[in-house]
Design a protein around this ligand. Structure first.
Ligand SMILES: Cc1cc2nc3c(=O)[nH]c(=O)nc-3n(C[C@H](O)[C@H](O)[C@H](O)COP(=O)(O)O)c2cc1C
Length: 324
């Protein structure tokens, strides 16, 4: 399949694995890239820029295909060493960066100078236009259904994607709620040039997370996610568990007075316990509504080939057969 996204990134299929905290290690990124998609290492999961440099080298040893690094700019107790991470990316010869969260403008000159293509992930048309105007090469448009941070506008992809298509000149991928060949064809029909998946890629054989995490996603339905941190304007879609219930109870009791400190136990430093040790109630963790469509744990190659053959069948048989 050839779209503006496959051309931009030099990949076989227009399928991207979004950066995911404590999931986007070299093993997953390399598996997705080897399968013809674009795998992405999560920069901030690496504790230091030196660790990120090592992770990039590990990924290069596992694939000769293009892969990217995610740099997330979100509110943090202590700002990460962004200049160090950017240097590790540039020195590591990585040619694709997925930025997310706050405006990445400050880092663009350095990235561009190194010949790096930047895809910015955002949740609204106005932020997508901003990303285009500051020189991002592409945008990942994350709808309200997405796992992680859906923003505060709550516009689902059936409206957000065609709105993005109306306004944007740069290529964009649909993100949030994408799982299979139907998602890909729908995304292309709505004007996107490909799709980005998070939750679906966690439930793959190569995702280096505890089996409990994969089992939880397979067991979850589309009704099992919750929105937390709304009062802090840092909304996150997470899987319902004991920590989610506790956090939401605190938000209910404290109302608009709730602070980050009140919920620190449920959100700070919980990812290693959940993703690596499989302690599923250790805290809240991002998960998309699309968990309701995830029923197995295939390899990345099986998943991507299945998506592509489904997509081909929908376009050439189902849709073509409807046109009279
Ligand atoms: C467990 C998990 C962790 C995530 N961590 C990050 C992150 O650190 N940075 C980021 O930009 N996006 C992160 N995301 C968002 C994904 O990259 C992607 O945009 C999102 O999952 C798409 O929605 P979907 O889950 O419905 O496919 C995370 C998502 C999940 C499920």
């Amino acid at each position: 399949m050839k779209t503006r996204i496959t051309e931009l990134f030099g990949i076989r299929y227009p399928i991207i694995q979004g950066g995911m905290h404590y999931v986007g290690f070299a093993e997953l990124a390399a598996a997705v890239s080897n399968a013809g998609g674009l795998g992405i290492i999560t920069g901030l999961t690496q504790r230091t820029p030196e660790d990120l440099a090592r992770e990039i080298a590990r990924c290069k040893a596992m694939t000769d295909k293009p892969f990217g690094v995610n740099l997330t700019f979100l509110p943090a107790l202590k700002a990460p060493d962004y200049p160090g991470y950017v240097k590790a990316i540039v020195d590591g010869g990585v040619k694709i960066v997925e930025t997310a969260g706050n405006n990445p403008q400050k880092w663009l000159p350095q990235l561009k100078e190194a010949g790096i293509k930047v895809i910015h992930k955002c949740t609204s048309v106005r932020h997508a236009l901003k990303a285009e105007s500051i020189g991002c090469d592409a945008v990942s448009v994350d709808g309200f259904e997405c796992g992680g941070h859906p923003g505060e506008d709550d516009v689902p992809n059936f409206i957000l994607l065609p709105r993005a298509a109306e306004e944007l000149k740069v290529p964009f991928v649909a993100s949030g709620g994408m799982a299979d060949g139907r998602s890909l064809v729908a995304a292309l029909a709505l004007g996107a040039d490909g799709m980005n998946m998070g939750t679906r890629f966690i439930a793959t054989r190569e995702a280096p997370v505890h089996q409990n995490v994969k089992d939880a996603i397979v067991a979850a339905t589309e009704l099992d996610t919750r929105l937390v941190m709304r009062p802090l304007r840092n909304t996150e879609r997470v899987l319902k568990n004991a920590a989610t219930d506790r956090l939401l109870e605190k938000e209910k009791n404290l109302g608009s007075a709730v602070t980050f400190n009140d919920i620190i136990e449920e959100v700070a430093g919980v990812y290693p316990k959940i993703m690596l040790q499989g302690d599923m109630d250790a805290g809240v963790w991002s998960c998309g509504m699309v968990a309701g469509l995830v029923r197995d744990v295939p390899t990345c190659a099986e998943l991507i080939e299945r998506i592509m053959s489904e997509a081909r069948a929908i376009v050439t048989k189902r849709l073509t057969g409807m046109v009279v």
